[in-house]
Design a protein around this ligand. Sequence first.
Ligand SMILES: *Cc1c(COP(=O)(O)O)cnc(C)c1O
Length: 355
Amino acid sequence: MHKSTAITVDLRSDTVTQPTPAMRDAMLAAPLGDDVFGDDPSVNALQDKMAALLGFEAALFVPTGTQSNLCAILAHCQRGDEYIVGQLAHCYRWEGGGAAVLGSVQPQPLNHQPDGTLLLADIEAAIKPDDAHFARSRLLALENTQGGQVLPFDYIEQATGLARDKGLARHLDGARLFNAAVAQASKLGRDGGDIFTEARRIAQCFDSVSVCLSKGLGAPVGSVLCGSRELLTRAHRIRKMAGGGMRQAGMLAAAGSYALDHHVARLADDHALALRLAQGLTGIRGLRVEPPQTNMVFVELEGTVQARAAGLLPYLAARGVQATGLYRLRFVTHLDIDAAGIDHTLALMRDFFTG
Ligand SMILES: *Cc1c(COP(=O)(O)O)cnc(C)c1O
């Protein structure tokens, strides 16, 4: 490929995907109602589908993952309660402090281990006794994948078991739950485990699970929150309060249903492309590349190479490749990235750092 071709390799996030022609057809064909009256058949179908897939009583379609986490935290916690959460978790760091601002729910952030987990001892130590000095520890919130890493399943069982034993509810921000399930299934045996079985095994450790449709699954908009009917009745009220009651939302929900039918297994392709990128970058001096577990590649710049970092993103962007970060670069693969795009990116990276 040469420079004059209009190339766009957008590796900033898996949120940038465009709905495929077949997904658009499904959206146009969707039967619609008014979801605030509860009678949009396409929204109801998506909710039923996700609840059944993950083994929950009920599910709620929400416009964003941020609102989904907010609905969950506020449904689990009252004013003056707290949720235990990772320092880098989306529902602590990247959601405008919504749980605190809108719910008077205090976060208790904990540092992550290098594998994305929170130490069980740290969780246990953060759970406050019932004492007037303290906020009431009410909820443990985990994220999977966390920064592209798959939380080990044994760990999830232990952490959520600990929380349950201490009387805490458990929420999973599973924005990329299916990326975790695909990676986990492929590790199990030669033929791989079943992706939906793995997704359900992870989900069933929690009282509520939020899944994004607009990340690797490739839908334009939306997340789904799963839980018990009782919890979701509370979440439904909070969704309305937050302005998330949508009307003919079935056009959006149909994209989500289409994605669940057609875009889950193919996440393995994104993971393979991330690996191809990481392996290619590993050969470049001064770059330290984390072996990717799913669809995100993180790259640290070492030593003298750091000085050149500021010029890198503009250099790539001028040649059709978009990424984020500065000292820790992030490349995210998705539905609209192919091997040619990855190889173009690798060629540019080699030229920039060795040229
Ligand atoms: C993207 C993301 C969200 C929020 O989703 P939005 O739809 O952008 O609000 C929540 N959690 C995680 C882990 C995410 O990656």
